[in-house]
Design a protein around this ligand. Structure first.
Ligand code: TYD
Ligand code: MG
Length: 453
């Protein structure tokens, strides 16, 4: 009899090992190795002479079919998906617990059911009654939506093959299990195997499958990274659970561009789209306060204005404290070093706290100039004119470098009533005059500081 083999999987990154280890050599997490039985291997397909039955095709001979897209009637979601749901694709929606994943997908179900598309919502987390209670808050549902409470994938597979819905929603991949695998639901091999069989269903039957995935406290989908490699599209739902708005971010997309974001607001009747995120992000901005400046970042194809806040104060201890919320901590440290060296500001013994207001995460280099000016404004305790916005990448020599899509950024600022814009000189030279907003090109952070702080 063949000996059943035991392997250890890292529950954080999916690394495999023959023996237990305290620390994962791949992702350096501690205590993440768990013993799991190896799934039974299918016999290798090694019959000689198999290859002559398979044909390779020239790219010219392939006819590109016009891709059909199913619209979810939620414009923000459609944009993140690249224009709608592609039949036969698998979409992973990740996010913290309670962020609104189930709510969003139930709203998608409602919209699609209005078009009489056949949908199956499979929940392994909530009972039918609980789903119904949530559904009542969201609105009226059509007849073509069916619910199923099940976690056994073999049964789900049979039901899907019999019913043939157009769209399937699987509420949390971590609750699904496969009987052939000995380990518990949510473990690496279960999640991997479940994703694999759902993928076969999607591709084989042409069904679009939405899969919800929980996120660990480090911010990655619980279970293996391989999950993200297998599916076609990965969306992350992020945002502060205490604030009302939510951001849906495309992390991977085989059928569209990534980097797109969709902005939603949670209210008593579910999620509502936010059409103008800039206005939303700038709400409640202080007037005439030092250490605050508006910067512009491009998210996907859209410019979004955000308020960068900084607080710089004298440190009472030898070790200055620095924090960055909503942006890269190392980038902030680097920019402070550039300020010290190239603009001669003595920030070495100052505490500094940088925050992107509204809790949104922004890492585009174009907000560098905003961070720099907010820091200087707070350091000098001088407020920046509140009708001014700025953007530009800052280099190590203190130069302000050109960024892409300068015109869209300026137009977005103008739309929101800003009258002055500080931008890289190279970007300004490429722009023509725009009525109603004064453009000031700067070559270095020194120029920028002289002009507006
Ligand atoms: P939920 O979709 O259950 O989150 P997830 O599936 O990501 O765990 O969202 C639950 C939260 O949303 C809960 O805290 C209540 C809130 N909520 C509203 O504010 N309004 C609503 O209409 C609904 C349905 C939920
Ligand atoms: Mg849920």
């Amino acid at each position: 009899m063949a000996k059943s083999k035991i392997v250890y999987y890292c529950q954080s990154c999916g690394a495999e090992s023959a023996k237990w280890m305290g620390q994962c050599p791949a992702c350096k997490e501690w205590n993440t190795f768990v013993e799991e039985a190896l799934p039974i291997k299918r016999a290798a397909n090694s019959v000689p002479g198999q290859a002559h039955r398979v044909k390779v095709t020239k790219i010219k001979e392939i006819e590109a079919a016009v891709e059909e897209r199913i619209t979810t009637k939620i414009a923000e979601l459609d944009r993140v998906l690249g224009g709608g749901v592609v039949p036969g694709s698998m979409i992973l929606v990740g996010g913290d617990p309670g962020i609104g994943k189930s709510t969003l997908l139930l709203q998608v179900c409602r919209n699609l059911a209005e078009d009489n598309r056949k949908i199956l919502y499979i929940s392994g987390e909530e009972s039918l009654q609980q789903i119904k209670i949530r559904a009542e808050r969201i609105g009226k549902f059509g007849d073509s939506l069916s619910l199923l409470c099940e976690t056994n994938l073999d049964i789900i597979d049979q039901i899907v093959r019999k019913d043939l819905p157009e769209i399937v929603v699987v509420d949390s991949i971590q609750t699904m299990y496969n009987e052939n695998i000995a380990s518990a639901p949510g473990s690496v091999s279960q999640v991997r195997e479940s994703t694999g069989s759902l993928m076969m269903m999607a591709k084989g039957l042409g069904i679009a499958i939405f899969v919800i995935g929980h996120v660990t406290k480090e911010g990655v989908v619980a279970g293996p990274r391989v999950l993200e490699h297998m599916v076609d599209t990965v969306l992350y739902f992020e945002g502060d659970r205490h604030a009302a708005y939510r951001i849906l971010r495309g992390v991977k997309n085989r059928f569209g561009s990534t980097n797109e974001i969709g902005v939603f607001e949670m209210y008593s009747g579910g999620l509502r789209e936010v059409d103008n995120p800039s206005e939303f992000m700038l709400g409640g901005r202080p007037e005439g306060a030092s250490g605050s400046v508006v910067a512009c970042s491009i998210e996907g194809s859209r410019p979004i204005l955000i308020e960068v806040q900084a607080l710089v104060c004298h440190s009472n201890f030898g070790m200055p404290r620095r924090t960055a919320a909503g942006t890269d901590f190392n980038r902030v440290n680097l920019l402070m070093a550039v300020l010290e060296k190239r603009a001669g500001l003595k920030m070495g013994n100052c505490d500094a706290y940088v925050n992107i207001a509204g809790g949104i995460k922004m890492n585009e280099p174009a907000i560098d100039l905003g961070i720099v000016l907010a820091l200087v404004s707070s350091y000098k305790n001088r407020a920046i004119d509140e009708h001014t916005i700025c953007f530009g990448e800052v280099g190590l020599s203190g130069e302000v470098r050109a960024v892409h899509m300068a015109e869209q950024r300026v137009l977005e600022a103008k739309k929101l009533g800003f009258t002055s814009c500080v931008l890289p000189e190279a970007s300004r030279a490429a722009l023509h005059e725009i009525n109603g907003i004064r453009l000031t090109g700067v070559r270095s952070i020194k120029d920028a500081i002289d002009i507006i702080v």
